[in-house]
Design a binder for this molecule. Structure first.
Ligand code: ADP
Ligand code: MG
Length: 476
């Protein structure tokens, strides 16, 4: 394993300790905040959101490639969401064995049967990548997944550039500090929400953030709320329970919650089975889906973001179907695909099982879940596959090539964690937004980036899962 020895390693412990204190204060000053674990529903005590002491070098060409492909990914997600037959075929094996996806799919069918009541679609996506290390030392951009539901950290990552700029200056690295890119996904995400709100066309109607029970990461969302209020667009934070108790549709299917009309439902909750604690929660989701409110995402866009769909997209001819006259777009998207393999019943799936059992360390086994901590690695792949390989249960998973980014040394700053040098791996996210009205794409943008870094000891897990921390790319 190659380790990049940087100036970081040369600094002595006292200097690093001082710099870490400077960095934490800078994060607090800039509002890179999280509520503390003990009191997730109160802002009386907050701390900095975990972040790296130093920014991480990222090759410029690969970074630009990720930005350049984003609007095509937006288009792709949107096209998939409108292709009922494709979704049905792609997900047919999954829904036969995965109850949660099956439930979502049922909701989707219910909406189709009734007819979609709203022709305005709002997409806020984040496509995540790792840079796979090639033998010649160069790296290639490989997509880990695309998030069409509750893609987070657009708010906080709008504030981290100034933190790292400050740290580098204090560390005597002025020139490098000037290479930290500006980044403002919060403004970009809000621009798209604002567009959808305007098209909905009622000044009194609010943007409803459908939020989690435990709101530790509230500040990330507050940035977007704040951008909306700057435009005099009212926002409200509501939980599923509020919708259960006070939600209703009028005869035009306008959604009312707590007596207020809702123009846009921005889901920041509802992507995990455990978010649906009762049948009433499902009823609330259905109520919102049926309504005239713009949903971000709507149920079909939610399904377009599943890992099974990601795997099906890598099959020959599928991208061509979505972009029949645009071979360059197909090529640009496909260049970011890692190897993805079906576990459906049949010879192809059998081959995948054999491959995985022979060399489990080359792959990641993924169920249809979001939010970190669900994937399976190494010898555990064998355990799981031995159990399910002969039955349809295996269709709940897909297999993916494991990506190997070059490790970089850094310090991860996290409340109550010791200050130590770690071998780290990073994941680059790119935010994309779009608004469609009927057949017209009225907005399709790439609105910023997110770099998350974790210790290489961990195979899985995001910032919310307590594994990765916020970072910034330093283009090289
Ligand atoms: P989730 O929906 O839970 O975020 P992901 O597919 O993003 O699922 O996987 C979670 C984490 O696991 C990623 O952030 C990354 O750290 C790691 N991971 C996922 N896929 C791969 C892969 N193919 N190679 C290496 N690491 C991976
Ligand atoms: Mg992820």
């Amino acid at each position: 394993m190659e380790i990049h020895l940087s100036k970081t390693v040369m600094m002595n412990d006292t200097l690093i300790k001082e710099l870490a204190d400077v960095a934490k204060d800078a994060a607090l000053l800039q509002g890179v905040l999280m509520r503390i674990q003990e009191t997730p529903n109160s802002s009386e005590l907050v701390t900095y959101a975990p972040f790296t002491l130093f920014p991480t070098p990222v090759p410029k060409a690969v970074f630009l490639q990720a930005l350049a492909v984003q609007t095509h990914y937006n288009t792709l997600v949107d096209k998939i969401s409108q292709d009922t037959d494709f979704l049905e075929e792609a997900l047919s094996s999954t829904i036969a064995v995965d109850d949660f996806t099956a439930r979502l799919f049922k909701l989707h069918q219910q909406i189709l049967k009734e007819g979609r009541s709203q022709s305005i679609v709002l997409g806020l996506n984040r496509s995540d990548y790792m840079l796979d290390q090639r033998d010649d030392g160069s790296s290639s951009l490989k997509q880990i997944e695309i998030n069409t539901f509750a893609a987070s950290f657009g708010g906080l990552s709008s504030r981290t550039p100034d933190v790292h700029r400050h740290v580098l200056k204090v560390a005597g690295r002025l020139e490098e500090s000037q290479n930290i890119l500006d980044n403002n996904p919060a403004a970009g995400l809000a621009r798209a929400v604002a567009k959808a709100w305007e098209l909905y066309g009622s000044e009194r109607a609010v943007v409803m953030f459908l939020v989690e029970e435990s709101q530790r990461n509230i500040f990330d969302q507050r940035y977007i709320e704040s951008e909306l209020w700057k435009r005099n667009i009212p926002t409200k934070r509501k939980r599923f329970d509020d919708v259960c108790k006070t939600g209703s549709l009028d005869q035009d299917k306008r959604l009312f919650v707590d007596g207020q009309e809702v123009a846009v439902v921005y889901f920041r909750n509802g992507y995990m089975p455990q978010n649906y604690i009762s049948e009433q929660t499902w009823d609330a989701r259905l109520l919102m889906e049926r309504s005239l409110a713009v949903k971000c995402p709507d149920i079909s866009t939610h399904l377009a973001g599943t890992k099974k769909v990601q795997q099906v997209l890598t099959r020959p001819g599928v991208l061509e179907k979505f972009f029949p006259d645009q071979p360059q777009v197909v090529e640009q998207i496909r260049a970011t695909f890692a190897g993805l393999y079906t576990l459906d019943m049949g010879p192809e799936g059998d081959k995948t099982v054999t491959m995985a059992l022979e060399e489990p360390d080359r792959y990641v086994l993924k169920p249809q879940r979001e939010g970190g901590g669900n994937n399976i690695y190494g010898s555990e792949i064998c355990q799981v596959l031995q159990g399910v390989k002969g039955s349809t249960e295996r269709m709940a998973y897909i297999l993916m090539d494991k990506i190997h980014p070059a490790p970089v040394q850094n310090y991860l700053l996290r409340r109550d964690a010791p200050l130590q040098l770690n071998n780290c791996l990073s994941e680059l996210g790119v935010f994309g937004t779009y608004v469609r009205q009927g057949k017209d794409m009225v907005m399709n943008e790439c609105v910023g980036h997110l770099l998350r870094t974790k210790s290489s000891e961990h195979s899985d897990g995001g910032v919310a899962a307590g594994v990765a921390v916020l970072d910034n790319p330093l283009l090289i």
